[in-house]
Design a protein around this ligand. Structure first.
Ligand SMILES: N[C@@H](CCC(=O)N[C@@H](CS)C(=O)NCC(=O)O)C(=O)O
Length: 289
């Protein structure tokens, strides 16, 4: 265990300095817009404002899965929100999501037109609107919601806890890394034990629970997030690895992962998606050549 720090919290915390680290520029203690910015609106009923982080990818994968099933009403425009530039604090974005976080969506085909924020809420909305990726029976739905909400409650320990202190904090703090590594490994074990008995999180069917959990936990075991697979001994979670690879091979997942992505290989980056053909003509490798 590292030595105790000599920091004593003041009586009242004040925002008087940057916290340091990769995300310090966008961290602020107050909500609301910092600048006026009208959001663009494309031609499709569903307008998505997002970035290909694990939370963003949940929605683009879901939309691509719905389109793959033939639901033309799931056609969407995906506008890029660069969170490191503070786009989430523009007035138009804040009107859709007062919490200033991606993903946010607007359904212009609904009566009344409906704003959506929180990835779990968006997945439930789309699953119910199109009657897909959600069990029809009450017990099945309950189990699906159990795992969907498990993800919403658990992933902040993986991302904001483990990922932040292992990868992004300005210096390593053993206490924090130990605390969140313990919890992340416990969560991986929860998933592993569940997937030992089931093909997907809720049984034989691929559902919004898998679509929510895979971008976080699948990505960690496939070593795409935080470069921490070895540190976490991710290979030992055999059932999570099997499930992660199975989902990774789905064509809709491959497409959904590319949308609003601004990092990684150019052929995997489709900064904005306004048409299905954009995957063939507008990825960064094509635009740059
Ligand atoms: N619980 C939210 C979390 C969304 C979230 O944390 N989004 C991050 C990117 S993964 C974000 O927009 N961060 C920008 C910021 O915090 O200013 C959800 O699932 O939609």
């Amino acid at each position: 265990m590292t030595e105790a720090s000599n920091y004593t919290p003041p009586k009242v915390w004040e925002w008087d300095s940057e916290s340091g680290g990769q995300w310090s520029k966008i961290n602020r203690p107050i909500a609301g817009a910092t600048h006026d910015k009208v959001l663009p609106v494309g031609k499709h009923p569903l307008q998505l404002y997002s970035l290909a982080t694990p939370n963003g990818v949940k929605v683009t994968v879901m939309l691509e899965e719905l389109l793959a099933k033939g639901h033309a009403g799931a056609e969407y425009d995906a506008h890029l929100i660069r969170i490191q530039d503070g786009d989430q604090f523009g007035s138009g974005f804040v009107e859709i999501n007062p919490n200033s976080k991606i993903p946010a969506m607007f359904d212009h085909s609904a009566t009344p037109p409906t704003r959506l924020f929180e990835s779990g809420s968006i997945l439930m909305y789309l699953a119910e609107k199109f009657g897909e990726f959600i069990p029809v029976d009450a017990a099945g739905r309950a189990e699906c919601f159990n795992w969907l909400f498990w993800q919403m409650g658990s992933a902040p320990y993986l991302g904001g806890g483990f990922g932040h202190f292992y990868k992004y904090a300005p210096f390593p703090i053993e206490y924090c890394i130990d605390r969140f590594t313990m919890e992340t490994k416990r969560q991986l074990d929860v998933l592993d034990k569940n997937l030992a008995e089931r093909e997907y999180m809720c049984g034989d069917e691929y559902t919004i629970a898998d679509i929510a959990i895979w971008p976080w936990y699948g990505s960690v075991v496939l070593n795409r997030t935080y470069e921490a697979a070895e540190f976490l001994d991710a290979a030992s979670y055999k059932n999570v690895n099997r499930w992660a690879s199975q989902i990774d091979a789905r064509p809709a997942v491959v497409r959904g992962m590319k949308v609003n992505r601004v990092f990684g290989p150019p052929e995997g980056q489709l900064h904005e998606r306004h048409d299905a053909s954009d995957f063939d003509t507008k990825t960064q490798d094509k635009l740059e050549s």
